[in-house]
Each structure stands twice: as C-alpha cells, then as structure tokens.
Design a protein around this ligand. Structure first.
Ligand SMILES: [Zn+2]
Length: 464
C-alpha cells in the first residue's frame, strides 16, 4: 500500500472547501494515490503554500461555474475560469468543472436550463479529450518536480495497459408483442387519433397471429448474440429491466416485456452459465419514486437469485437536475457497487471528461456517493451515426480503441441485445464483431466484465 499523500486547501474556499478536497482526492486516486486532507504542512497545496503548490483560481470561479465558457489551451478545451491571469491553468477547478457535470447545462432560447450531454460532448471536445485525466497527469508532474512521491498504484492489473468491457441493454425481447400494440391503440383511440389507433391494432392482430408460428426475430437476435459471445469466449454484462410500461407508475417508454417472461429467464441463465454478468436496467421513473429502485432490485433477485452489482438507467434517466441523487440511492440505499448511466445517445467519448472508473461525489457537499461510475464510451446508435458506410464506422470504432490504447483508458461498449437483428442500424454491430474479437488476442488489453473493473478500482488496485 502506498503512503497516502496529503493536501491542504485554503480557508478562502470557505463552503467550497469540501468540494475542492473531494476533487483533489479524486484526481490523486485516478493518478494512483490514496490521499487525505490536512491542515498545515502537506504534499500538495491548493490556494496555500505547500511542498507543491497548485495554481488556484479565485474562489468566486467555483461558485456558479456552470456558466463558464470554453477556451482552447494546450490543445484541450478548458473552462475559461481555469485560465489564470498569468496564463497558468487551475487543473483542480478544471477537473471539478467536468466531473461534476457543470458543462452539461445548456439554455434554450426561452431561458430554460437543462442538461444536454450530446451537445456538451461536442462543444467541449469530449469526444477526443479526457480533461480530468489530463489534470491528474499535470498534478503528478507537479508532484514529481518538487517531491519524491511514493510509486503510484498501477491503473490496470499486471500486464494490462488498457481495458474494454462489452455491455448490453435489454430493451426488447419481442418484435411480435400484441399487448403493446393493443395498449397503444387504446391510448391513441382515447386521444382521438383513430388512424394511428387502427394501424397499431393491425400490428397487434398481426403479432397475435404470427407469434405461435414464427420465431421472434428480436429473441432470435439475442440468442445469436449469446451464442457468438460463447463461441468467441467473450464475457459481457447485460442489463435487463424488471419494471415495464404496464407496471404501476410505468412510463410509456419503459420496457415492453414482463420480468417473469420465461424467455428472459432462459437467456439470463444461459448468460450466467457462460460467465457473463447480469445487471439492472432501471426504469424511467425510478429516480423520482421513493423505494422504486429497491423494488426493481427485488424483482431482479427473483429472476436471477442474486442481487445486481451494477446498473444502467433505461434512456440514461438519472435525475435530470441532480443525477448524483439517483447514484446515491443506487449505492447507499441499494448497495450497488457501480453505475454505468452517464452516457450519450448520439456521440461517443467522455461525457464527464473521464475514461476511467471514478467515484462520483455530491457536487454541493463533496461527499462521496459510495460507488463507482464506469463511464459508457459509445452506444450502438452513436457508432451508427458516426459514419454513413460500414468502413467509416469501422474506422471510427478503431479510432476509439486507439485513443484508449494510447492513453491507458477504459472503453465501455453499449450494444442492445437485439443488435444482431438483420438490418438493425444498418448492421453496424455485425460489421465490428471481428474488431471486438481481435481484442481478445491483444495481451495488453484487459477485456473484463464491469463488475470486475469496479472491484479492481475499489479494492484490488490498492491491495497488490
Ligand atoms: Zn434501455
């Protein structure tokens, strides 16, 4: 175990001090050191003189930083508040700005603020850069210049230089689903849209007629996915839901399948048999309904016989104002080890400026939320949108992997369970299957399950 590093934060930061301390702890942890805050003499000082003194922005920059604007420095987009009068850069403020999602806010023309991760990724060039890890490297350089810190813990297990996890969201298991179509027809009928109601009824009747005779294409696609993984020796994680649109308080965009469906249980068992992880795909309103996540976890246990280690929100639906509140419930109340919901729909990259497992904290109090975020890197739809041809998508995929290889990062792939459905997103998944398989032969690539990666970040990394 490394000697913990110490850091001191100036009193001038007043009520922002715990948040500054949380950011420093996180940066040092990413860099490979445990650390704690201390008064007086310390290895690192922020706003105070210490063995190494980090450039510090005015405490006022920390308040209301969500209005900060991008400026380009050292080839990266930084918040303007991080660039100090003498041209120095405050890397602690930079890391805080991104990791707490200050940059995600956007304003509509009528003055309403909301989070828009896809827009933020493009605006702040987070499709290319990981400013939080750059900040961790800069602080490491400072430390090494002025002191002799203990050797940092390695970012990945012995012999591994970067990591990849394949994950799947189970959003559909049937194409032929009469109940969904009839329910939608009733709703449309009630709202007076008779033409659409008629169309949905026709689909319902067709589904009802087809179901006994045709193998359902969605289910078949999922079975092909499971079979491919087994053949290739790939272990993945699949997040499935236990609260559908037909459940009390269910949202119209929640999943259509019932958690007691025998085909779901069969697929789950076969994934477990091949060493894959199962996790919870929680419902849209669960973040806003007290006790709901615990109910969804209880149902998960009914299907699998165990509690999930990790979860991903359907539609990334964490609390819109304060996503950290949902994470706190997942970790503290439900005891999950990790979340992997801070992703994007149409872009790939690093939504919070990090491509490495990290411990999210409360942006107001600095208090750790109790688990890890494994940041999703790319969803199938985003890869589909990244180019118009199969070769263009393959190149985009290779570029993503190359970036992680160069920078020792983590790539979390998010593919839906029916991605083998013929024609699904122009077959963008079957087109890159060989790229994924080739990673297994790459000795420095740690192809792991998310629960293994979370255990590494929380425990194993600090023990060896
Ligand atoms: Zn989903």
């Amino acid at each position: 175990m490394s000697r913990p590093l110490t850091f001191a934060v100036s009193d001038r930061f007043a009520d922002k001090r715990p948040v500054v301390a949380a950011t420093l702890r996180q940066l040092l942890e990413v860099a490979g050191w445990p650390s704690h805050q201390k008064e007086g003499e310390a290895d690192l000082g922020y706003g105070v003189t210490a063995t190494t003194t980090l450039a510090a922005a005015d405490p006022r920059a920390w308040v209301g930083s969500s209005n900060d604007q991008p400026v380009s420095r050292e080839g990266v987009m930084l918040p303007a508040g991080a660039v100090l009068a003498g041209g120095e850069i405050d890397w602690v403020y930079t890391a805080h700005f991104f990791v707490t999602g200050q940059h995600e806010w956007t304003e509509t023309p009528d003055g309403l603020r909301h989070r828009d991760p896809d827009k933020a990724v493009v605006r702040w060039q987070l499709d290319r850069h990981r400013p939080v890890e750059i900040a961790a490297k800069k602080i490491t350089e400072h430390l090494r210049r002025d002191t002799t810190p203990p050797p940092p813990r390695p970012p990945w297990p012995r012999g591994k230089a970067w990591a990849v996890a394949l994950t799947h969201d189970c959003d559909r298991i049937y194409r032929y689903r009469p109940r969904t179509y009839f329910a939608e027809a009733v709703n449309l009928g009630r709202s007076g849209n008779l033409a659409m109601a008629g169309l949905q009824s026709a689909k319902g009747l067709y589904s009802l007629a087809a179901r006994p005779f045709l193998a359902d294409p969605c289910l078949t696609a999922w079975q092909r996915m499971i079979e491919w993984q087994r053949r290739a020796g790939i272990v993945s994680a699949t997040y499935f839901g236990t609260w559908s649109r037909f459940d009390r308080n269910g949202h119209a965009d929640d999943l259509h399948y019932d958690y007691r469906d025998p085909n779901l249980a069969r697929s789950a068992a076969s994934l477990t048999d091949s060493g894959c992880e199962l996790g919870l795909h929680f419902s849209i309103r669960s973040e806003a309904t007290p006790g709901q996540l615990a109910r969804e976890i209880a149902r998960f246990e009914e299907v699998t016989g165990h509690r999930p280690t990790g979860a991903r929100a359907h539609f990334w639906s964490l609390n819109a104002e304060r996503p950290e509140d949902t994470l706190r419930t997942l970790f503290e109340e439900c005891g999950l080890a990790y979340d992997t919901s801070l992703g994007m729909n149409a872009t790939s990259g690093f939504r919070r400026g990090v491509g490495y497992p990290y411990r999210p904290f409360d942006p107001m109090t600095g208090k750790a939320l109790g688990g890890f975020e494994l940041p999703p890197t790319v969803m199938d739809e985003a890869l589909h949108l990244s180019a118009t041809t199969p070769s263009g998508r393959r190149q985009a995929f290779r570029d993503l992997l190359d970036e992680a290889r160069r920078n020792g990062g983590l790539v979390i792939l998010d593919w839906h369970t029916d991605a083998f459905l013929p024609g699904y997103q122009d077959d963008c998944f079957p087109d890159i299957v060989s790229e994924i398989e080739s990673l297994l032969a790459e000795s420095e690539c740690w192809f792991a399950r998310p629960d293994e990666i979370a255990a590494w970040a929380a425990r194993d990394r600090w023990q060896q």
